[in-house]
Design a protein around this ligand. Sequence first.
Ligand SMILES: NC(=O)c1ccc[n+]([C@@H]2O[C@H](COP(=O)([O-])OP(=O)(O)OC[C@H]3O[C@@H](n4cnc5c(N)ncnc54)[C@H](OP(=O)(O)O)[C@@H]3O)[C@@H](O)[C@H]2O)c1
Length: 246
Amino acid sequence: MSLTPTSRIALVTGASRGIGYATARALAKQGAHIIAVARTQGGLEELDDEIRKDGGSATLVPLNLTDFVGIARLGAALNDRHGKLDMLVGNAGIAGPSSPLGHIEPKQWTDVMAINVSANFQLIRCMEPLLRQSDAGRAVFVTSGAANKALAYLGPYAASKAALETLARVWAHETASTNIRVNLFNPGPIRTRMRASVFPGEDPMTLDTPEQAAEFILPMCAPNWTETGKFYDYPSRTLMSFREPA
Ligand SMILES: NC(=O)c1ccc[n+]([C@@H]2O[C@H](COP(=O)([O-])OP(=O)(O)OC[C@H]3O[C@@H](n4cnc5c(N)ncnc54)[C@H](OP(=O)(O)O)[C@@H]3O)[C@@H](O)[C@H]2O)c1
């Protein structure tokens, strides 16, 4: 791994496939050193091979993000090695069960909340001090239209993404006077394993690729991105504000 003194460090969760993989690869092409987090070693190694072919570098972190101690350890390791973090892409997520609420087991609920919400809370706790050390700390969390559509039969997923959105907006308010910018990204329907698992009858070839969506996450990670507490809606290519309460 060769890092120049000017290397920007980007932590991407869910980097073993799908939108996280494409975002990690695209950020590496721009020169960032990637901290790639997911459980699947094979997917992370494939990413590492691609990044190396492109002339970039990555550190692979096989980690279950429900492991709070593991996230804290990662924060400590990043502090020791780099002393800062420039970008945090909170992308990892699971769809959970497709069932009416009354048919969902409590463990299915807690599993979705653990990865889609609580892991991002622990990332915020452990990474904020490192993002503050950057001259332009940027955080992007990947949400879903399910949050405000309150889609039937995807209750835990919809509720978890609504919670994630509020968490990110709270953090944006708390960090407004710092160098940290916090935003949300809604990819809409994208050709990934998660999408295929929820909509098995859909022709994946009708959907945009993770690479296409990732191109729109990149600007939100850049030092010259100034907005905070906003929501980028990829299907409509629109940056939106949340409705502020009266
Ligand atoms: N695709 C869509 O149409 C769509 C639409 C709206 C929102 N989204 C959001 O986009 C994000 C990425 O989804 P995707 O479609 O790219 O799905 P995907 O292909 O299934 O990828 C999900 C990623 O999350 C990681 N992950 C899941 N559980 C994890 C855990 N416990 N610990 C660590 N990593 C974990 C997976 O890695 P491992 O399994 O290797 O751990 C994988 O890298 C999600 O937040 C999803 O809600 C997707």
